[in-house]
Ligand binder design. Structure first.
Ligand code: T5A
Length: 208
């Protein structure tokens, strides 16, 4: 059995990642692929506890660097205990956010140095990088509107300013431009059926 595939889904809040992850899992399963749906921060019991810590609104300040380290601590648990073993069993992983989210949110949004993020990425997952990343891109106002319509209280990062999410979106697009072979940009402002078709085409290409 060959190694599985790691597919990551990225974008600002409300871009449609969770909706598309569920859809793509069903499409792959129809084709007989063993698929695991997971998310970051989180994906394992301990990493989910870090998620709760990093997203909760508490009294104690969380610096951008501390936030970055917590994201990578959760990621290492996720890679060691879920992602790498599943890939080695030949399973495909659909992961709702991965290191590009740290590049976009902590790097673009908060101004954490690229050198810190890239050295942590190399240390934490030198051998586990996405085969394909789907970047669901849409205007910030539309993403925030969709996210607000869907969910209740915002978490600590979700309550950031429009300017913050503009920086996040810009950084995501920079990552896509820098790595066109890995990152497929999907226009997420389209009707859902069109987004599903574009995402599905990109993922199914990995089967051939
Ligand atoms: N974070 C995470 C970091 O800062 N650094 C990191 O390294 C990592 C890994 C948690 C937070 O953590 C931060 C980023 C986040 O702030 P999260 O749990 O992924 O991230 O939370 P959100 O991105 O906030 O998740 P959302 O649920 O808001 O966004 P999704 O999953 O992109 O959107 P989804 O699928 O839930 O869709 C939202 C709504 O829009 C509709 C859906 O039906 C749903 O109602 N929708 C559409 N409607 C019309 N047309 C379309 N094309 C649509 N697509 C979706």
């Amino acid at each position: 059995m060959g190694r599985g595939r790691l597919i990551t889904l990225e974008g600002i809040e409300g871009a449609g990642k969770s909706t598309l992850a569920t859809y793509l899992r069903a499409q792959l399963e129809l084709r007989g692929v063993a698929v695991r749906l997971t998310r970051e921060p989180g994906g394992t019991p301990l990493a989910e506890r870090i998620r709760a810590l990093v997203l909760e609104r508490g009294e104690e300040p969380v610096s951008a660097e501390a936030e970055t380290l917590l994201m990578f601590a959760a990621r290492r648990l996720h890679v060691d205990n879920l992602i790498r073993p599943a890939l080695e069993r030949g399973e495909w992983i659909l992961c709702d956010r991965y290191t590009d989210a740290t590049r976009a949110y902590q790097g673009g949004g908060r101004g954490v140095a690229d050198s810190l993020i890239e050295s942590l990425a190399t240390a934490v997952h030198p051998d586990v990088n996405p085969d394909l990343t789907l970047l669901f891109d849409l205007p910030v106002a539309l993403g925030l509107e969709r996210a607000a319509a869907r969910r209740g209280a915002k978490d600590r990062i979700g309550e950031e300013s429009v300017a913050f999410f503009e920086r996040v979106r810009t950084r995501y697009l920079e990552v896509a431009r820098a790595e066109p072979a890995r990152v497929r940009c999907v226009d997420a402002s389209q009707p859902l059926d069109a987004v599903k078709a574009a995402a599905s085409t990109a993922v199914m290409a990995l089967l051939s």
